[in-house]
Design a protein. Structure first.
Length: 323
């Protein structure tokens, strides 16, 4: 084989390997888009923007956030599953998109395991149980009693069918033998507005969104949807104190489409883990009530598998199925 021919073949292999290597060190001069599959302003969006900012600073490239909300997060995540596997389109997934939705949707436009490469679990954000201030229930036992005496009369809102905020309420209903009507919204912001106005009476939501309203006395928090009390809200009981074993925490993770070169995924994972250890980031997240995680690829994959099994059991008991 001549040197010229070898050179041509090597060049062809570089082209097949993808733009990341053909154009030099990743990310190079190209823009990297992080798709957030929910509306702007929510916890997933906040985390996506923190990652975009810090990854850009650390890797010397430009990372931007694109919000593509719809279908409980499925719309944005599906778009990333179909994106070129070159490392320039990534997504922020959640317990909803990568553990709950596979259990509750009859058909999904993606396979939450086969179509993605887990990069890192970014953070864990506790949900809290809240009610409108005019609702005559000032504790969890009082709420349970009120709901049992008025089955179907009251409604709860969520940021979409199949989201963690929806399933937290379904888990609550199953555990307490109560009934409430579900009102799905497109974003947590809309849920909060209708809870404030009394259009809905109950909701579970990430503490990052709800806590400021609770502190101002505009919304009444009854409990955290966690196994134990939170450092940022020590006076607020955990639902597990009333419902043994109850845990409906929300988590957020970073994903690439399957097939992205392993070197790129490994680099993104290492950088994400490092970002979640930065003191300024830790302080920023904890002020919001969010716990930074920054797990390895393998640890994140194992977490997804365990959560998929757990939420499938909840969906079956609550008889939740979305066509």
């Amino acid at each position: 084989m001549s040197i010229t021919r070898r050179t041509i073949i090597a060049a062809a292999c570089l082209a097949v390997a993808g733009p990341a290597f053909a154009q030099g060190e990743y990310p190079g001069s190209r823009v990297v888009t992080i798709v957030v599959p929910f509306a702007a302003g929510g916890t997933t969006d906040m985390l996506g923007r923190i990652l975009a900012d810090r990854l850009g600073a650390r890797l010397g490239g430009r990372f931007i956030v694109e919000n593509r909300a719809g279908a409980g997060g499925n719309t944005g995540v599906a778009a990333v599953a179909r994106a070129p596997a070159d490392g320039y389109t990534l997504t922020m997934g959640t317990v909803s998109t990568h553990a709950i939705n596979p259990a509750v949707y009859s058909r999904l436009p993606f396979d939450h395991v086969k179509d993605f490469a887990p990069i890192s679990q970014v953070a864990s954000a506790p949900n809290i149980l809240m009610v409108n201030v005019d609702l005559p229930a000032k504790s969890v036992p009082e709420l349970i009693d009120l709901l049992k005496k008025n089955p179907g009369k009251y409604s709860f809102g969520s940021s979409g069918a199949g989201t963690s905020t929806h399933m937290a309420a379904e888990m609550f209903k199953v555990a307490t033998g109560t009934d409430m009507a579900h009102v799905p919204y497109r974003s947590s912001g809309q849920v909060t507005q209708d809870l404030l106005s009394g259009q809905i009476q109950v909701s579970f939501d990430n503490i990052t969104i709800a806590w400021p309203h609770v502190q101002e006395g505009k919304i009444r928090a009854l409990a955290t949807a966690t196994p134990k009390r939170l450092e940022v809200a020590k006076d607020l009981p955990a639902l597990a104190e009333f419902i043994p074993g109850y845990d409906a925490s929300s988590w957020h993770g970073f994903f690439a489409p399957a097939g992205v070169p392993k070197e790129i995924v490994a680099k993104l994972s290492a950088e994400t883990q490092a970002i979640m250890k930065e003191p300024a980031v830790i302080e920023q997240l904890r002020k919001l009530g969010v716990d930074p995680v920054g797990s390895s690829q393998d640890a994140f994959a194992a977490h997804i598998a365990a959560e998929t099994t757990r939420w499938a059991e909840v969906a079956q008991k609550a008889n939740v199925k979305i066509e």
